[in-house]
Ligand binder design. Structure first.
Ligand code: ADP
Ligand code: MG
Length: 408
């Protein structure tokens, strides 16, 4: 069985780089529950990378203690320690002169695994991150897209099945669409693996999407708030956090919900090879202003309006192309981006096979946001009168006391 995550504790950890006036990390404490994704979000230079590198002892703290699974990392051999901690960084950090397979095999090789076991593991990891081993094993990093390199980086970090994964802005260098896919992939993996993952980003949307909890850091790595994404969005601890959350906190709520969790609309559809007349009749009867034409695999092709159909002789040419589709696992935020590019104010939703399963409408998002707002103002009203809110910076240093869902 794969080792599940273990708890990580940082207690009064500081790092003073030689020659620097102020400490990069100043008396920082946090408790990271086993099996969760905790996302550190904060401005550039606030000490995020320094904290990560102290956890795996690439950097020694000036003071304070760090324990992983109850063991003080300071007393452990750094090489042995690092074999239990996957580390994935921006630009993937792959060895350019080694094949994908050798990159992924780095830690298993260090651990002295035999060739058969290592090879099997490499293939398993490549499949896990959605890369076909037959295609990618022998390639070099430069022969991969940015997104593929990040996938290999994640495969390498996971290869020795470490209970802990440190990910320092791993998706920072890829385009937004690929980033969205990699985030989906990470969530899918984590549902299976249940590692303890510390994930660093400066993108608040990414933090909201991925985090079981978010740690919002200020300068000198001050812990401004440590709570679930929903709680941070609903009640930012102070003005700095509120600034991070931004004026569009309401819209960010959309990243918390998946397309599969809301009710989809279903418009009239037809295959390209179908006759025009029955389709025209269905659209009129169901009082839709338009319908959707699908290909032989039921993938959405074109929107076609009732007016366009009035003059059409066949369904092969008519209508305007669907600009983008939304997966069932995508967030409502991604659905919003797609439907804003469609003149129909709807986005076509597809299942795992790419086939049409329904539509998501701008009205659905508006209704969802209104309901969420009502819900969170009720919740905020409640936590304001309860005794200890995890939103205060004192409580944030020992958040586990106020975390009922804690696995340990
Ligand atoms: P972040 O990852 O949040 O951007 P870092 O941990 O990289 O922040 O850096 C925190 C602070 O420490 C910054 O002011 C940075 O300039 C400083 N710093 C980082 N690495 C070193 C180093 N090796 N020597 C001196 N100062 C450093
Ligand atoms: Mg950094």
């Amino acid at each position: 069985m794969t080792p599940r995550g273990v708890r990580i504790e940082l207690d009064a950890v500081s790092k003073h780089y030689p020659g620097q006036r102020d400490p990069a990390v100043d008396n920082f404490s946090i408790s990271i529950p086993a099996g969760e994704i905790v996302v550190f979000v904060g401005p550039s230079g606030c000490g995020k990378t320094t904290i990560m590198r102290m956890i795996n002892r690439l950097i020694e703290p000036s003071s304070g203690t760090i324990t992983i699974g109850g063991r003080d990392v300071g007393g452990q051999n750094p090489d042995q320690l690092r074999r239990q901690i996957g580390y994935s960084i921006q630009q993937a950090g792959l060895f350019p002169h080694q094949t994908v397979a050798r990159n992924v095999a780095t830690v298993p090789t260090l651990l002295g695994w035999n060739r058969a076991k290592t090879n099997a593991r490499v293939d398993e990891m490549l499949e896990l991150v959605g890369l076909d081993p037959g295609t990618f094993r022998r390639r070099y990093p430069r022969q991969l897209s940015g997104g593929q390199q990040q996938r290999v980086g994640v495969a390498r970090a996971l290869a020795a099945d470490p209970p802990v994964l440190l990910m320092d802005e791993p998706f920072g260098a890829v385009d937004p669409i690929t980033r969205g896919l990699l985030q989906d992939e990470l969530l899918r993996l984590q549902a299976e693996l249940r590692k303890t993952i510390v994930f660093v980003t400066h993108d608040f949307n990414e933090a909201v999407k991925l985090g079981d909890r978010i740690a919002v850091l200020g300068t000198g790595s001050r812990l401004l708030q440590y709570d679930t994404p929903a709680a941070v969005l609903a009640a930012p601890a102070d003005d700095t956090v509120a600034g991070f959350v931004g004026a569009d906190a309401g819209l960010k709520q959309l990243t918390l919900t998946r397309v599969e969790d809301v009710e989809l609309d279903r418009c009239p559809t037809a295959a390209e090879t179908d006759a025009v007349q029955p389709f025209r009749a269905e659209i009129a009867e169901r009082e839709w202003p338009w319908g959707l034409i699908l290909d032989a695999e039921r993938r959405p092709l074109r929107w076609v309006s009732a007016e366009q159909l009035a003059h059409a002789a066949s369904l092969r040419e008519v209508g305007q192309p669907v600009t983008g589709t939304v997966a069932l696992r995508a967030s409502l935020q991604e659905a919003l981006e797609t439907l804003l590019t469609e003149s129909t104010a709807h986005a076509a939703v597809t299942g795992d096979d790419g086939g049409y399963v329904g539509l998501i409408a701008i009205d659905t998002l508006v209704t969802h946001l209104a309901a969420t707002r009502a819900e969170s103002s009720r919740a905020a009203g409640k936590s304001a009168v309860s005794t200890g809110s995890a939103a205060t910076s004192d409580a944030a240093h020992s958040p586990d006391e106020t975390a009922p869902g804690d696995p340990i």
